[in-house]
Design a binder for this molecule. Sequence first.
Ligand code: NAP
Length: 485
Amino acid sequence: MIDLANPELLRTEAYIGGAWQGSEESYSVQNPASGETIAHVARHGSQSASLAVDAASAALPAWAALGAGDRAQFLRRWHDLIVANTEDLARLMTLEQGKPLAESRGEIAYAASFISWFAEEARRINGTVIPGNSASRRLTVIRQPVGVVAAITPWNFPAAMITRKVGPALAAGCTVVLKPSELTPLSAIALAVLADAAGIAAGVFNIVSGDAPAIGDVLTTDPRVRKFSFTGSTPVGKMLAAKCMGTVKRVSLELGGNAPFIVFDDADIDAAVSGAMASKFRNSGQTCVCANRILVQHGIYDRFAAALASEVAKLSAGDGLADETNQGPLINADAVRKVTAHRDDAVARGARIIARGQVTGPAGGHFARAALLVDVPEDALLAREETFGPLAGLIRFDEEADAIRIANATTAGLAAYVFTNDHDRGVRVSEGLAYGIVGLNTGAVSTEVAPFGGIKESGFGREGSQFGVDDYVSLKLIAAEIKAK
Ligand code: NAP
């Protein structure tokens, strides 16, 4: 039973062309802290996805033609409604995703920040006038909405991964069809309830969920969709991006990471420990920018390990709605199995577990006990693959060049972290890391005002900041020949 102050937020249908659409079939949404079913959501497929593209196409001309200030007003109203409903949205998120309520409240504020940021940016989608290549030439470049946008988002940030796509798309004058993860659809649908209440016109923002491959097929092949934006795993992102090329869509990909977290001998140890805790254990280790490999220089290794161990021992995995919980469940049983496999593999290769957290959650929940491992070899699974769970492994290194070599020895390139009190080293290493984002003496790198995104197989495109609109506009050159009088 989901008890909300504003029960209207709890809907289970698709939202297409401003109308709520049920379906004969449904799928169940589980609370990962208990395994209990909390809702049955309409299961839609390719037909509904096509109808949503129809609606987004029909709504596009009027939305694109609105003044930028008018689009900004709608976005601001939507932002205000999200903020006003924070408690309910956070509760819904904790129930379907598991993260502790404090983290869910934080995510709602973070999600809302993208809407207000892009409401402001809507009025600054400026063009350029270029001096002509002859006396009679006038060259004007304008930025126009790319058209209908399709977006597919993951379960680990059920609200923020949506708003950082939909915010810039709507600001630019595009319309959107969104497919959220079937593991966390309720948060997405609640955002649509609030977009509707904000007066955003029918068809501008549509949500369809259910049969992911069938919906994905329409969104990646329908020629009317001109832009595809995906956040999720690298294999699925690659497969969907390849399909988009059949109709030459613009594509942005925010994919998996394998973040190195480098601690040098000259680092502030307390700052490094709190950075590692924030980066590794937020959302139970289920973030794409989570520290995945903690590289520690030999001179500070033992002291850092001991200090981190005492913090890891304080972690308590339980129901996110309970006050004492500082770590939620993992999303499902497969996620718990992956963490266990990475731990066992590291131990089989000679690593040692030096600290463990507690599990206080109910039976039936997908809980993983947090753990800290030392003496992890570079070739352990946890150093090569994204663990996506509360398992921290320390790798020892000697020289600065070794740290950069180990850090860059991966196909991923999303986020990296460096802790040092030597300014020159901080700059040198940050520049040498092959990553889209570097946290220098901080474990928190995400904000709506800065560009977020990766290089290599972590994807391309940037979300947030003044660059976040670029993925949703096309440049048009108007080359005018002017007759002399
Ligand atoms: P996922 O399995 O790739 O799923 C992501 C989305 O794709 C979900 O909506 C999923 O739907 C959908 N999907 C899966 N198979 C599909 C198919 N054949 N056709 C169409 N859609 C399909 O990833 P995830 O497990 O949800 O998310 C975790 C991954 O996301 C991690 O690798 C993480 O690093 C990455 N991530 C990256 C960023 C970033 O900004 N770089 C941010 C957050 C997460 P269903 O869930 O309904 O199957």
